[in-house]
Each structure stands twice: as structure tokens, then as C-alpha cells.
Ligand binder design. Structure first.
Ligand code: GDP
Ligand code: MG
Length: 254
């Protein structure tokens, strides 16, 4: 198998109240466009973009919520196998700011302890701001999230957000690679390649995605020889990978 088949794929969710700019951000990042009256649904589950992180090829799959922004109306398949998440609110929508902690809790409940980032979008509308800079910083601190102020309209800080998330995810992945696993806590499954399954990167957008990413990177690096033994690899159970850790809601902003 060729090395490039083992590129790291990252499923990224964008959550937050309606109209904060999530769909616009996906369009901006993946297609380089901004439209004022952008339609609610983009018609596909996700858009993707490739980038390089410390010389490594990474593919980001950015999943849009298709406009169903109530906490419970988003389907499980949206969250399934996510590796990273953007929590977004708008400078001009106080309610969207107040709901950030609930969104974080929801994502943690569905996905465990994944890489997350907080964004305050529409920073170009600072004159109409309904949130104070200090309270936004306080929230970020309280939720232990890195904060980016963005303007999708002006293309300000959008690339930075996704680069940060990719880096965070790779950090988590490296820790996972170097952590020791007890043999009884692992199961062996057949190795598949993008070619063999015909599923391409989507094969990795599943609940075992991060284990696949970790294992595939390992195999790519150890490009030696043992062709005959490369018919299987090991996965750790989900619970171990997330550590069963739920982000507790430590602060409320009202
Ligand atoms: P979503 O519901 O979170 O997906 O939000 P949309 O992407 O549909 O954006 C809602 C509205 O906000 C649209 O009219 C966008 O053009 C507008 N919008 C998005 N980002 C920005 C921004 O950074 N600045 C300004 N001024 N408007 C924005
Ligand atoms: Mg949308």
C-alpha cells in the first residue's frame, strides 16, 4: 500500500445556535466564498479541505448541521465519530453566547473528550456587540477552551481556527499512539484501505476513526517489510479512548 493512503482524516463538527455563521464558515474555509443570503442547507453532509500540519497531510471534513439547531434535533450520526468541534456564537446574538456551555456539554455527552475551540464570529460587527470582551474571555477560561474572534465576512482568523483544531487533534492522537495498551483491552480487526473498501475517507468517519488514524499513521511510519503480517491491526475500545471522561459543566453564563 502506498503511504498517501494513510493520510489523517479529521471529522470536525460546527455547533452553536442558528445564524451565528457556521455554514458560512464552512463555505469560506472550503470554497473561499462568502454570501450574504446563503441557503440553509448545503445539500451534502460535509465539505472537505486538505492542509498540512507540521509537514503532515491532513484532511478536514467539516460537517454542517443543515439548519436544525435545537440541541435535541441533531441526529446521532452527526456526532458519530467526530474528532474535533468548533463551538460558535455571534457577537450580535447574546442568546448564542449564553448557549455555548450547553453546546459543549452536548458534544461532550455524544463524543467524549474531543478537541474543541470557541469562536466569537461576526467580529466585524463589533459596534453592534451584545457581549463584553471580558465575559467572553471569562467563558473561554471557564470552559477551558481556546478562543478565536473571527469574521467569516472579512475572512479574519478562519484558517487559524481549523489549523489549531487539526494541531490539537494530532496532539491527542500522538498521546494515544504512545500510550501503552494492555493486550486484553484490545481487539484485532481486519485492516482495510481506502482502495479496498471503496469508501475512501468516509471509512474513517466512524466511531473507530481516531484509532484508525493512529494505527494508520503508525503503519505508514514503520514502512518496513512485514507485508505478511499487515493483515490486521488493533483497536482500543471506545471507552478507553475517551477515558469515559465527560466535560462537566463548570460554569453558567447568564
Ligand atoms: P448558521 O445558521 O450558523 O449556519 O449561520 P449562516 O452561515 O447561515 O449565517 C447566518 C447569517 O450571518 C448569514 O446572513 C451570513 O451571511 C451572516 N454571517 C456569517 N458570518 C458573518 C460574519 O462574520 N460577519 C457578518 N457581518 N455576517 C456574517
Ligand atoms: Mg447553517
Amino acid at each position: 500500500m502506498r503511504e498517501e493512503e494513510f493520510e489523517t482524516s479529521i471529522k470536525v463538527l460546527l455547533v452553536g445556535n442558528g445564524a451565528v455563521g457556521k455554514s458560512s464558515m464552512i463555505q469560506r474555509y472550503c470554497k473561499g466564498v462568502f454570501t450574504k443570503d446563503y441557503k440553509k442547507t448545503i445539500g451534502v453532509d460535509f465539505l472537505e479541505r486538505q492542509l498540512q500540519v507540521h509537514g503532515e497531510d491532513v484532511r478536514l471534513m467539516l460537517w454542517d448541521t443543515a439548519g436544525q439547531e435545537e440541541f435535541d434535533s441533531i441526529t446521532k450520526s452527526y456526532y458519530r465519530g467526530a474528532h474535533a468541534c468548533v463551538l460558535a456564537f455571534s457577537t450580535t446574538d447574546r442568546r448564542s453566547f449564553e448557549d455555548v456551555a450547553k453546546w459543549q456539554e452536548k458534544v461532550a455527552e455524544e463524543c467524549g473528550d474531543i478537541a474543541m475551540v470557541l469562536i466569537q464570529n461576526k467580529i466585524d460587527l463589533l459596534e453592534e456587540a451584545v457581549v463584553e470582551a471580558s465575559e467572553v474571555e471569562e467563558l473561554a477560561k471557564c470552559l477551558k477552551l481556546k478562543l478565536y474572534r473571527t469574521s467569516v465576512k472579512d475572512d479574519y482568523n478562519v484558517n487559524e481556527v481549523f489549523l489549531y483544531l487539526a494541531e490539537r487533534y494530532l496532539e491527542i492522537l500522538s498521546k494515544m499512539e504512545s500510550s501503552q495498551t494492555h493486550p486484553s483491552d484490545t481487539k484485532t480487526i481486519g485492516l482495510f484501505s481506502a482502495e479496498a473498501t471503496g469508501l475512501g475517507v468516509q471509512a474513517m468517519a466512524n466511531s473507530e476513526g481516531e484509532a484508525n488514524n493512529a494505527e494508520m499513521r503508525k503503519k505508514t511510519r514503520a514502512k518496513n517489510d512485514s507485508q505478511a503480517t499487515e493483515s490486521s491491526f488493533q483497536l482500543r475500545p471506545n471507552k478507553m479512548r475517551t477515558g469515559g471522561k465527560k466535560n462537566k459543566l463548570l460554569c453558567t453564563v447568564l
